[in-house]
Structure formats: structure tokens, C-alpha cells
Design a protein around this ligand. Structure first.
Ligand SMILES: Cc1cc2nc3c(=O)[nH]c(=O)nc-3n(C[C@H](O)[C@H](O)[C@H](O)COP(=O)(O)OP(=O)(O)OC[C@H]3O[C@@H](n4cnc5c(N)ncnc54)[C@H](O)[C@@H]3O)c2cc1C
Length: 417
């Protein structure tokens, strides 16, 4: 078993990990950085919604990890398995250990497919699809393309999940496809959501209710998918009504888009870095670990109560990078992360409602004058061209792009609502 040492060690080479490494490298040509990342491929997950909706390809959303990580950063192609923060070391699945001066933890979150009985056996066939995996996202489009009538269910599990808007975004793309084919009236479309409303931020929830109405979609809140029988085409939900009464309800479907329950990765949950909920316990504003000063967490795995999105990662990366340099220089840390996250809600095959918000559900758009509740063509172009370019060519490459997002930009519109 070997032991190696690096100044900065990053666990996870997804949206957050590669961006942190490449941003640090741009700021310091000499600092010794290593990333632990097992996957040869890197996926642009925000593109999965439009792949499922037939407006993008998996090939476009996939790049080789080797082409993204700066060659002067050491890539350790293995899984991190356990943490020994008192000794500043991480043990890999191979049994090797890696020591560090500063640790950045960002292995994303875990998709708990197993929590829905019967799902694994039927996912990818029998009209059971999900945008949440690279292995099943193309099947979503097959389902939407081929179905001509019937019942289409779209499920949303309890929070937190990554991109909380994604379970309904694909529903609107499907409904718009059906409308364009002239068959929307042949469908019963139902949004079965474990939560109590359309969206966590009331300002946008209200606007989304109009979208739902326009497509004639039925909403069933307090409906948590617990099992699925693909061959019989039935889905069973544990339901809780507004009075707290509980029962199980089974529904027939012709197609069902499933968003799986999600949690922190198991190796994080059992580590000394986890909070009670299993997430990496960090300060909400500085992203520094609450117990280990030389450890930072960001991205989907972090305990911060923001929307788990790549947009949040864009704002978190500079905070983590600057704070590591502050620690090295023995300076005070910045507390600059405001909880920003964003969800481009694809409300049709040509419009997006760009929901941008921060801690406490504050509406914080990046663009003044524009009503954030409006469904706009310009954000659709953003979704299919601009945002992917921003991801691959700016954020992942380690360029800093601080577009300010301000509550004052939305003041006029939030007062109206
Ligand atoms: C369907 C869908 C739609 C979405 N839509 C949007 C959107 O419109 N806008 C938006 O901003 N965001 C969206 N997101 C969310 C966004 O993709 C994530 O929030 C973002 O990728 C989080 O970055 P991350 O680096 O924390 O995790 P990830 O990008 O998931 O990266 C985690 C990395 O850690 C690695 N890893 C896992 N386990 C280990 C281990 N043991 N050791 C080492 N490495 C490990 C993984 O291989 C992976 O490369 C969407 C996500 C999905 C699934």
C-alpha cells in the first residue's frame, strides 16, 4: 500500500471538483493539486432534461475527464473510501492513502434507486424512464417520442434532490411534444410530488401553477412513489393528505418518469465529516468544514441549504478557492456564498422560466429589468447553447465569472406577486 502527499486534495471531479482544481491552477501555477475521481467521463447533467425532451444529445453532454483536468493536476483514478481528518488523510478503495494539507470534498450525491421497490428491474423498459442517469436518459426521449395516448406520470421524491425543478421540467417538454403532435388531449398527465407544492420558492411556484393549468396537468401533492410494477404498469404511492391522513394509492400508467430519492453518498454518511443528515458539514457562507478548518465542502454533497445545482457550484467555487489561499496566507476567510442557485425551468420546447434565488427563498436574478416569472425564448437558447458553453468553456476551465445576482433586480416583480 502506498501513501502519497498533496498540498490540495480534491475528492470528486465533477462540476465542482474540476472547476476548483482548474481555478486554483490559474491563480497559482506551482501549487500541488490532486483530484480523486474514478470516472473516465464527465457529464453535463443540466443537459439531461433536454436530452430526455429530444432537444439535445448525450454525446454533446459527455466529455473525457482527461481533457478537462489541467495536465499539471495529479489525477488519482480511484474512489475515495474513508476519511481520517485528524491525520489529514483519505483512504482509497485500493487501500492506498493520500495525505493533504487542504481537503476539498465534492463527490456529489447518491441516487437511491433501491428505495423504490421494483424500480431497478423495470427502469429503461415498460415505459419507465428517468433523466437522472446517463444510462436511462435517452430512454425518456424514446418513451415521449413513441407514446400516442394514455396516462403519463411524473414523480418527485422528498427533498433534497439535485435540480429540484428537473422532475417537472421534463413533464412540460413531454406535454409540449404531445401538443405539437396534436395529441395532448389524448393524455392524462399527472405530477405526483412527495412535497406540498409546485416549487420551494413561492414566487416561482405561483407562476408554475399557470404553466400546469395551460397543459391541463393534474397535480397530486403528498404523493411519494414507493413501488413500481413495470409489467403490470402500476405505481404505488405513500400519500399524506392536508389533514395528515396516510394511505397507499396505486395508479396505472402508460409511461412514468421517475426521479429517484437522493441522499449523501454512503462513504460520506459514515465519515467524520458528515452532519446528522449525512451531508458534509460546512459553514453556509464560507464553505469551511464546521470542525476541521483545513477541509471544505461544496456542490451537491454540502450541508448548505441551497438548491443543489451546477449554478450554485459556479458561485461556490471562487469562495472555496479564495478561502484556501486565505488559509495558506493566514488571512481571515471570506463569507461570501449567499446560497445562490438557479433552475432554468423548461416550460416548453422553446421557453424557459429562469428561476434564480438564494438562501431564504430570496429571488435574486442576474439580469435587471426582466420579470423572472416570464417564459422566455432567450433563456431557451441559453439552456441549449449558452449555459453549456458557460459550463464547459468558463466554469470547468477555471475562469472566474462573477455575474452579480441581486434581490433589488426583482423587487418590482416580487412586490407585485
Ligand atoms: C436531470 C438533471 C437536471 C439538472 N439540471 C440542472 C440545471 O438545469 N441547472 C443546474 O445548474 N444544475 C442542474 N443539475 C444539477 C447539477 O448537475 C449538479 O448540481 C452538479 O453537477 C453538482 O456538481 P458536483 O460536482 O457537486 O457533483 P457531480 O457533478 O455529480 O460530480 C460528482 C463527481 O464525484 C465523483 N465521485 C463519486 N463518488 C466518488 C468517490 N467515492 N470518490 C471520488 N469521486 C467520486 C463522481 O464520479 C462525479 O464525477 C441537474 C442534474 C440532473 C441529474
Amino acid at each position: 500500500m502506498s501513501n502519497t502527499q498533496h498540498t490540495v486534495l480534491i475528492v470528486g471531479g465533477g462540476a465542482a471538483g474540476v472547476s476548483v482544481a482548474n481555478t486554483m491552477r490559474r491563480m497559482d501555477k506551482a501549487i500541488d493539486i490532486a483530484i480523486i475521481e474514478p470516472s473516465e467521463k464527465h457529464y453535463y447533467q443540466p443537459g439531461f432534461t433536454i436530452i430526455g425532451g429530444g432537444a439535445y444529445s448525450l454525446a454533446k453532454a459527455t466529455k473525457n475527464e482527461a481533457d478537462l483536468i489541467n495536465p499539471s493536476v495529479t489525477w488519482i483514478k480511484d474512489y475515495a473510501d474513508s476519511f481520517q481528518p485528524d491525520n489529514n488523510s483519505v483512504t482509497l478503495r485500493s487501500g492506498d492513502t493520500v495525505s493533504y494539507d487542504y481537503l476539498v470534498v465534492c463527490p456529489g450525491l447518491q441516487l437511491d434507486w433501491d428505495k423504490i421497490a421494483g424500480l431497478k428491474d423495470t427502469l429503461g423498459k415498460n415505459g419507465v424512464c428517468s433523466n437522472y442517469s446517463k444510462d436511462t436518459v435517452e430512454y425518456t426521449w424514446e418513451c415521449i417520442k413513441n407514446i400516442e395516448s394514455g396516462t403519463a406520470l411524473f414523480t418527485q421524491p422528498p427533498m433534497p434532490i439535485k435540480c429540484a425543478g428537473a422532475p417537472q421540467k421534463i413533464m412540460y417538454l413531454a406535454a409540449d411534444r404531445f401538443r405539437k403532435k396534436g395529441i395532448l388531449d389524448k393524455f392524462d398527465i399527472e405530477f405526483c410530488n412527495a412535497g406540498p407544492g409546485m416549487f420551494g420558492v413561492p414566487f416561482f411556484a405561483k407562476a408554475l401553477t399557470e404553466v400546469i393549468k395551460d397543459y391541463g396537468i393534474k397535480t397530486s401533492f403528498g404523493h411519494n412513489l414507493v413501488s413500481i410494477d413495470g409489467a403490470a404498469k402500476t405505481a404505488t404511492f405513500a400519500t399524506t393528505d392536508t389533514d395528515g391522513n396516510k394511505q397507499e394509492i396505486t395508479k396505472k400508467f402508460d409511461m412514468i418518469h421517475v426521479t429517484p430519492p437522493q441522499s449523501a453518498p454512503d462513504f460520506i454518511k459514515k465519515s467524520p465529516l458528515a452532519n446528522d443528515g449525512g451531508w458534509v458539514a460546512v459553514n453556509d457562507k464560507s464553505l469551511q468544514h464546521t470542525k476541521y478548518a483545513n477541509v471544505f465542502g461544496l456542490g451537491d454533497v454540502a450541508s448548505t441549504p441551497n438548491a443543489k445545482t451546477a449554478a450554485a457550484v459556479r458561485k461556490q467555487v471562487p469562495v472555496v478557492v479564495d478561502n484556501i489561499f486565505h488559509l495558506i496566507k493566514k488571512e481571515a476567510l471570506d463569507e461570501k456564498y449567499t446560497g445562490y442557485g438557479s433552475c432554468p425551468l423548461t416550460t416548453s420546447l422553446s421557453t424557459v422560466m429562469l428561476a434564480e434565488f438564494s438562501y431564504g427563498g430570496k429571488v435574486t436574478p442576474s439580469f435587471p429589468l426582466l420579470d423572472p416569472r416570464k417564459n422566455r425564448l432567450i433563456w431557451w437558447w441559453g439552456k441549449i447553447s449558452g449555459f453549456p458553453w458557460l459550463y464547459w468553456s468558463w466554469m470547468i476551465k477555471g475562469h472566474r465569472l462573477d455575474i452579480p445576482s441581486k434581490e433589488s433586480y426583482a423587487a418590482k416583480f416580487t412586490k407585485e406577486s
